[in-house]
Design a binder for this molecule. Structure first.
Ligand code: PAF
Length: 282
């Protein structure tokens, strides 16, 4: 049976209300479509935590910068719906831009602190777009649980912060990054890689893993960050936005000496026209 699709807030809420009236709990997986196994793993986590799973597909214009890939971002709703259905999703919410941002919409959600470094520094305005749309999606769906990937580690921290600060009554679950056999983190943007770049891309994960191991061996944060920068450049990455060791919860910078507590190592770098991000930690 094809996956039911709703396109309006009213229809989404009507279905969620009906489930709730039958005593069923609701899990939610917000996405921008171009689905891959990583997204489907989030659906499976949602299914494990709730009776019904809703996924949204909405390519959110407000989280793309003027020179970013909003127009080029891959879109194939029919394929996404088939994959979601096969993964056990019960409902697809696919609103148009005018449904999400009706004429006159003028409220933006900004989260301070955790949005400042890393992606926030490299992509001005990105997290205001993410925080606004995620707040709206959570208010529109009203799930018991919402699942986000750890691949976007800083995004997950931003969402946890806004949900706590705005008293949104949903449990936020972070699900592990899914990887190809060679270690490359699955991402819709991997589709932009040429065959040559695709062969180079797993170096990002390898360098992060090596960096983490060196930290565990007692090397200083400053030394391993510098070695990782060189290693990425040697592996063919042209523009390295950051490769940094940070605290996993606050994302505060650690170092320059050896790291004593838990860490997250995050990186963003470009191969040709594709910007890849990844992170590892303990
Ligand atoms: O991670 C994504 O796909 C997007 O940033 C999200 C959370 C769906 C908001 O548009």
């Amino acid at each position: 049976m094809p996956l039911p699709v709703v396109r309006t807030v009213a229809d989404l809420r009507a279905q969620v209300r009906a489930w709730r009236a039958s005593g069923l709990s609701v899990g939610f997986v917000p996405t921008m479509g171009a689905l891959h196994e990583g997204h489907l793993s989030l659906v499976r986590v949602a299914r494990g935590k709730a009776d019904r799973a809703v996924a949204s597909v909405f390519v959110n214009p407000t989280q793309f910068g003027p020179n970013e890939d909003f127009d080029a971002y891959p879109r194939d709703e029919a394929r996404d719906a088939e994959l979601l259905e096969a993964a056990g999703c019960h409902l697809l919410y696919a609103p148009a831009v005018a449904e999400m941002y009706p004429q006159g919409a003028s409220t933006t959600v900004t989260v301070s602190g955790v949005t400042d470094p890393l992606e926030g520094a490299a992509r001005p305005g990105h997290f205001a777009g993410v925080a606004t749309v995620v707040t709206k999606l959570l208010n529109q769906c009203g799930p018991d649980v919402a699942v986000f990937g750890q691949k976007d580690f800083q995004q997950l921290a931003v969402i946890r912060r806004l949900v706590a600060d705005l008293d949104i009554p949903a449990e936020i679950v972070g699900a592990p990054t899914m990887r190809a056999d060679d270690g490359l983190a699955l991402s819709s943007r991997n589709a932009y890689l040429t065959p040559e770049e695709r062969a180079q891309a797993p170096a990002l994960h390898q360098v992060l893993q090596a960096l983490l191991q060196s930290l565990r061996d007692g090397e200083s944060v400053a030394a391993v960050e510098s070695l990782a920068l060189d290693a990425l450049a040697r592996a063919g990455f042209q523009k390295i936005d950051y490769v940094e060791v940070r605290h996993p919860a606050t994302l505060e910078r650690l170092g320059p000496g050896p790291a004593t507590g838990p860490v997250r190592v995050l990186a963003a770098a470009r191969l040709g026209r594709t910007r890849l991000i990844d992170n590892v930690g303990d």
